[in-house]
Ligand binder design. Structure first.
Ligand code: UDP
Length: 297
């Protein structure tokens, strides 16, 4: 059997790690396509190096979030490889482009059935459409499967657990042992806050300014590994983050070491909300809604 996996963004590289190993262990041939939606080294290559992911067979290097352009190129690869399945992860533009590009090839969707209920988020539209296109819906939990049932989604839904948990449980202990990040930033375990902000609604200048102002009121150091689009808005608008330390995005291991020993995590990331819970670190979710409802409940 041949599976064509479509990845393109930071969280997808992380999610693909445990699954690639599982596919290999079962003798399933996996061909990886990297759309190039994320292309900065800190958001892409570092994960291939650190998580020992096999280099993608196809690097489309598109450097764009444009769904149509990604779809056209991925469809060419589907035509050339003729896989049995197209595998897509999560809820990004690369996910949607991959699912649309599959054509007659069945689609498997990892992290199916998640809903924030907030249609102002582009990710929510991706989730709904990809779940409608998928033949196999790989749900992280019972709630997601129930949601798909209520929506009358046609594909076969299976609760399979959470691939980010698989990656995290394996790598976070190694990260804490090996990463020099706390010493490099002169931090003590439990003595600082970690923040990440990159959702479209939160990087609009007025909103970002208010978030940074709020972060600036937190006692003690606040470390913000800033996504390029966050950094670029902050820079161009001269949003000075007070005592918030804006640094480059980190690789998975350094970030896991940093986040897991924080006093508190403040984030609009989907994945990091869950990781905070697994670390036992309180999480303030910087959004009015979340698709990971269990982290709030
Ligand atoms: N992450 C990372 N380095 C950072 C910030 C986050 O490795 O500087 C990891 C984080 O631990 C989590 C993933 O990136 O595993 C979350 O990705 P992101 O927030 O980009 O996407 P989302 O989960 O919101 O789709």
């Amino acid at each position: 059997m041949k599976v064509l996996s479509v990845v393109g963004n930071r969280p997808q590289f992380i999610k693909s790690g445990p699954l690639s190993v599982a596919l290999r262990d079962r003798g399933i041939d996996e061909v990886v396509v990297h759309t190039g939606q994320h292309y900065d080294r800190e958001l892409s290559q570092v994960f291939f190096d650190e998580l020992e992911l096999r280099p993608p067979a196809y690097r489309l290097d598109l450097k764009t979030p444009d769904i149509g352009r990604m779809q056209t190129k991925v469809a060419e690869v589907v035509g050339a490889e003729r896989p049995d399945w197209v595998l897509v992860y999560g809820d990004t533009n690369s996910t949607l482009a991959g699912a649309r590009a599959a054509g007659d090839t069945p689609v498997a969707h990892v992290e199916a059935g998640l809903r924030s209920g907030d249609l102002t988020m582009p990710e929510e539209h991706s989730r709904i459409e990809v779940d409608r296109l998928a033949s196999l819906l790989l749900c992280p939990d019972e709630r997601s499967r129930r949601i798909l049932g209520e929506e009358g989604v046609a594909g076969r839904a299976e609760v399979v657990g959470d691939v980010m948990a698989d990656a995290n449980f394996k790598l976070a202990p190694i990260a804490r042992e090996r990463s020099p990040i706390l010493a490099a930033l002169e931090l003590e375990p439990g003595g600082y806050a970690v923040a990440t902000v990159h959702r479209e609604a939160n990087v609009r200048p007025e909103r970002l300014a208010r978030i940074l102002e709020g972060l600036g009121q937190i006692e003690g150091p606040v470390i913000l590994p800033a996504h390029p689009r966050t950094a670029s808005v902050a820079r161009s608008r001269g949003l000075t983050p007070g005592h918030v330390r804006m640094i480059q995005p980190l690789g998975y291991l350094d970030f896991a070491a940093l986040a897991s020993q924080a006093r508190v995590i403040l984030t609009d990331s989907g994945g990091l909300q869950k990781e905070a819970y697994w670390y036992g670190v309180p999480c303030v979710t910087l959004r009015p809604s979340t698709e990971w409802k269990d982290t709030v409940e």
